[in-house]
Design a protein around this ligand. Structure first.
Ligand SMILES: Cc1cc2nc3c(=O)[nH]c(=O)nc-3n(C[C@H](O)[C@H](O)[C@H](O)COP(=O)(O)OP(=O)(O)OC[C@H]3O[C@@H](n4cnc5c(N)ncnc54)[C@H](O)[C@@H]3O)c2cc1C
Length: 637
């Protein structure tokens, strides 16, 4: 099937305006007749809930944490992009659009990315009005810094806690709606199925994580804002609870999953330190504004970094990419770090690390200024490694961080199931094969504050409110399926913990579907994943019962979904016989080792349809039509 992204016609810069001019509206009196279910209250979900509530819709909002304030978005450190051009350094909406689409290696939809760049400026106005404490310069103006893949400074930040401050802003707006009675909040609730009635999304099945009760909720539309799936690699920079369950179960109900193999490995993370580690910690990309990445020029040089003189150091990013230097995009910086380590130049235990050195910046700006900009990141680094990065370079290594793939959505953010909308990291929409730093917060908030409130009206205007309730047989069937799966996990009573399986899956994925992939490694993964899945269903041990708080049971469901989803990722990576962005197939590289795209054969979004567990999914394509730009060979040299 050829998929239609439903982008408005007309000149690129006018598409969004035209869309808004022509879209169907719902009167304020009628809005309150509609119920919208929003799953996820991180930045994408909280901003959507707040705005849809403000508009007068009835919202049922769900998250598995005890409060929306604990959504994974809170972890975001470095900043959020917007095309305000306050530093007057040549930025514009067009430049943000172009950097983003080039950063994604020309594998995203032109019209979406242009809309994102346009809306970026509204986001800043919104968040400043909410009182988000962005960094300001001496005169009181909002401060900017640079992020990878751009030659301008367009990243707004609140020290190294931008996500937290933005989420507090969105949470304040959401709470206001709870108080106003438009939003009903369901924390500690996990969506375990999507209910589809006559082809349209009409509700969800949820497990109350405190009581274990399986509950049904009906609505006129469902929005999934459930984040990304980096934890398929087990070790990632994501919160440990982040998972694929909501989007994967919607996929099993008919929503297409797009570009699942587009995963981002972030270059600046604290290296793995041992077998029993459960999480990796990011050191924000913002540090590459002032940190210089290097390794010793001599293989196996294990002297202390301060004993290695300047001419014995290889500042490999500055050497290879003189224009962008340490601020090359993540996919490129990660591959370069892996390459020097694979070649034996890495530092630290096992040689899996490179230095991120702040000595020059400290000499230039002084330690106090560094503390103001990055203090909490340096503290975090010291707490974890015991090393003081003001005195000694940080050691960093790439780690799974973000997923560009997600449920396929059209320009309306509507999935292939009518009435199912997908926002934030959970959708595939705007970042192509590689996301630029500080663009995820921008996208999540664009989707939630500005896009969904507009596009969902077009759908609801053609839908009779409240037509389906939880008495419908599809709700009963879904609830029974969820209950029996829960019982199944509890009854296996095998010999291995859920975490053992998750770790094993993570290793299969990192080794075979990770930073570089080959036909051979992907075929190996496609053999190993089903074997591990079968073993899980026979030998996992989930203690406790289903009628209480049982975190092992929660993990079992999420890991079971990862064990199926991993196969989909491998299929996608195997079929995409090219390298682009974060998807690096070793068979497809330029003579200098850069990714080699194949626009003739792969300039499309790959949207997969579920065909059964263990069965090959069916591929549908959305061709990418570039009307305003000419995809070029991506170079940061
Ligand atoms: C360490 C780190 C630093 C980062 N720094 C930056 C940065 O500086 N700038 C930037 O732009 N991006 C950054 N990112 C990326 C960015 O933080 C995320 O992409 C973004 O916050 C995702 O927001 P979201 O709302 O889509 O999802 P999330 O914040 O992950 O929220 C998901 C929500 O869905 C809920 N949920 C999930 N599944 C279910 C279910 N089955 N049932 C019920 N609820 C469910 C959760 O409870 C949660 O409320 C960073 C990421 C990490 C890991």
């Amino acid at each position: 099937m050829i998929l239609d992204g439903k982008c408005p016609s007309g000149p690129l810069a006018e598409k969004w305006d035209k869309y808004q001019r022509e879209m169907r509206l719902i009167s304020p009196a009628n809005k309150r007749k509609y119920k919208i279910i929003v799953v996820g209250t991180g930045l994408a979900g909280a901003s959507a809930v707040a705005t849809l509530g403000e508009l007068g819709y009835n919202i049922e909002a769900f998250c598995f944490q005890d409060s929306p304030r604990r959504g994974h978005s809170i972890a975001a450190q470095g900043g959020i992009n917007a095309a305000k051009n306050y530093p007057n350094d040549g930025d514009s909406i067009y430049r943000l659009f172009y950097d983003t689409i080039k950063g994604g290696d020309f594998r995203s939809r032109e019209a979406n990315v242009y809309r994102l760049a346009t809306v970026s400026n509204n986001i800043m106005d919104q968040c400043v009005a909410q009182g988000v404490p962005f960094a300001r310069d001496y005169a009181g103006y909002l401060e900017n810094r640079s992020f990878g893949g751009g030659l301008v400074s367009r990243t707004f930040y609140a020290r190294g806690q931008t996500g937290q401050q933005l989420l507090l802003g969105a949470y304040g707006a959401l709470s206001r709606q709870v108080n106003a009675g438009t939003v009903r909040l369901h924390p500690r609730s996990e969506m375990l199925d999507l209910v589809v009635v006559n082809g349209s999304a009409k509700g969800i099945i949820v497990r109350d994580l405190i009581t274990g009760k399986i509950e049904s909720y009906a609505g006129d539309a469902v929005c999934l804002c459930t984040g990304g799936y980096s934890n398929v690699f087990c070790l990632s920079t994501n919160a440990m609870g982040s998972n694929v369950t909501a989007t994967y179960r919607a996929y099993k109900k008919g929503a297409f999953f797009a570009n699942p193999c587009f995963t981002q490995i972030h270059p600046t993370c604290i290296p793995v330190s041992g077998e029993h580690q459960s999480k990796l910690t990011l050191m924000s990309e913002s540090l590459r504004n002032d940190g210089r990445v290097w390794v010793p020029k001599n293989k196996g040089d294990n002297r202390q970094p301060n004993e290695i003189s300047e001419d014995e150091r290889d500042y490999f990013l500055e050497r290879k990419y003189p224009s962008y230097g340490n601020l090359t995009p993540r996919d490129i910086a990660s591959r370069a770090a892996k390459e020097v380590c694979d070649d034996g130049f890495g530092v630290g235990p096992g040689g899996y690390g490179v230095y991120l050195d702040f000595a020059d910046a400290i000499n230039r700006l002084g330690e106090q200024k560094m503390r103001e900009m990055y203090g909490n990141l340096f503290e975090m680094y010291e707490k974890i490694t015991g090393e003081n990065a003001y005195k000694k370079p940080m050691r960093i290594y790439p780690a799974p961080h973000y997923t560009m793939g997600g449920l396929w959505v059209d320009y309306n953010l509507q999935s292939s199931i009518p009435g199912l909308f997908v926002l934030g990291e959970a959708n595939f929409s705007d970042h192509g094969a590689n996301r630029l730093g500080a663009s995820a917060l921008m996208q999540g908030l664009a989707d939630g504050y500005f896009i969904i409130p507009c596009t969902i009206a077009g759908y609801l205007a053609g839908t009779e409110p409240g037509k389906i309730n939880t008495g419908h047989s599809e709700f009963k069937k879904s609830a029974e399926d969820v209950s029996s799966l829960t019982k199944k996990f509890l009854s296996i009573n095998g010999g291995k913990t859920v975490s053992e399986f998750h770790r094993k899956l993570g290793k299969i994925m990192w080794d075979n579907v990770g930073m570089s992939r080959s036909e051979e490694s992907l075929k190996k993964a496609l053999k190993l994943i089903p074997e591990l899945r079968a073993e899980f269903m026979e030998n996992v041990r989930v203690p406790g019962s289903g009628a209480e708080l049982n975190q092992e049971l929660e993990k079992a469901g999420r890991t079971a979904d990862f064990l199926e989803f991993a196969e989909l990722m491998a299929y996608d990576a195997l079929h995409r016989n090219e390298s682009c962005g974060g998807h690096f197939r070793v068979e497809h590289q330029m003579p200098d080792g850069e990714a080699k795209r194949d626009d003739e054969n792969f300039s499309y979004a790959a949207a997969w349809e579920f065909k059964g567990i263990g069965k090959e999914p069916e591929l549908h394509k959305e061709p990418l039509a570039f009307e305003d730009i000419e995809p070029e060979i991506r170079s940061y040299k």
